[in-house]
Design a protein around this ligand. Structure first.
Ligand code: NAD
Length: 291
């Protein structure tokens, strides 16, 4: 479909954005479904976020994604926030409905959807999860909202630890039926103990990502029971050491790349009301060494 006077714009804002796969993924999907939209990427620094959003409001774009570093600054620019975005404290998708901007956070939903695609349902489950940064918070809050029964969070005692404390408070206040506890990640015996009666373990730290790709938070491979599901947010490499060890022990694994794919698919649905052609997008843009 050619760009015309009726074409509606969508975009990504953040910095850097040059490496982003989002323009290719969305524009391919618009063409495939015959939708009259075009998607661009703009390099916007954190302190420019509010001004950029004012401009996008004036241009009446259909919506936009926000990547680092503006995900938190964007919250104050929205007229409304979804419950997940409000509790996570970050917005990655904004939809414009007749001039009203609603901020969403699809990162956690992308993770939940990815698990579902791999045959694992978070509702009613017990999860042990390591991490207290952006990815971890999105997964923890969304899992609580999606009905996880019990969650044991393990976090390093660094500058991010207070995030985890705040997340625990928010979950206790907003989803009291979810039993949530916070532990020091340095206590490996407790970590292994909590994984012992969990349905799923999730790594939401960069451990396992290049250049830490020879590392895994789980050194004791005896932890990997056959009925444990193991998920990683790291997608570079696609199969982390954690996932390779878990696979070798016969566990079902959920790779991080699917979270990236499905958070985009969730945003696509919010913008267009239609399903993104996920299979084609995955084969074309998400395979290791793909476009
Ligand atoms: P962040 O900087 O917001 O948080 C990092 C977290 O990791 C903190 O909790 C920190 O305490 C912890 N951490 C850092 N170094 C550690 C170490 N050596 N041992 C234990 N814990 C450590 O980062 P983020 O945005 O949450 O990203 C984390 C990882 O998730 C990155 O690898 C990123 O690429 C990946 N990620 C994946 C997706 C996806 O869609 N799959 C989305 C977002 C982030």
């Amino acid at each position: 479909m050619e760009i015309s006077g009726h074409t509606q714009m969508l975009c990504l804002i953040g910095s850097p954005v040059g490496h982003s796969g989002s323009p290719a993924m969305y524009n391919y999907s618009f063409r495939k479904l015959g939708l009259d939209y075009a998607y661009l990427a703009f390099d916007i620094q954190e302190q420019e976020t509010a001004e950029a959003i004012r401009a996008l409001r004036l241009l009446n774009v259909r919506g936009f994604n926000i990547t680092m570093p503006g995900k938190t600054a964007a919250m104050a620019c929205c007229d409304e926030l979804s419950q997940a975005a409000r509790l996570i404290g970050a917005v990655n998708t904004v939809v414009n409905e007749q001039g009203r901007l609603t901020g969403h956070n699809t990162d956690g939903l992308g993770w939940v959807h990815n698990c579902r695609e791999h045959g694992f349902e978070i509702r009613g489950a017990k999860m042990t999860i390591a991490g207290s940064g952006g990815a971890a918070t999105a997964i923890q809050i969304t899992s609580a909202l999606e009905g996880v029964r019990e969650m044991s969070i393990f976090a390093m005692k660094d500058a991010f630890y207070a995030n985890a404390e705040a997340t625990v408070e928010k979950i206790r206040a907003s989803v009291p039926e979810c039993v949530v506890r916070l532990y020091d990640l340095a206590d490996r015996d407790r970590l292994y103990g909590e994984i012992g009666d969990s349905d799923i373990f999730t790594n939401a730290t960069p451990v396992g990502m290049k250049p830490m790709d020879d590392r895994s938070l789980i050194e004791d491979r005896g932890v990997f029971r056959r009925d444990l599901v193991v998920s990683d947010v790291v997608y570079n490499p696609r199969v982390t050491r954690l996932l390779a060890d878990a696979q070798a022990a016969g566990c079902r694994t959920v790779p991080g790349i699917g979270m990236l794919l499905w958070q985009g698919a969730e945003a696509f649905k919010l913008y267009t009301g239609q399903e993104m052609p996920v299979k084609e997008v995955e084969e074309r843009y998400f395979a290791e060494g793909g476009k």
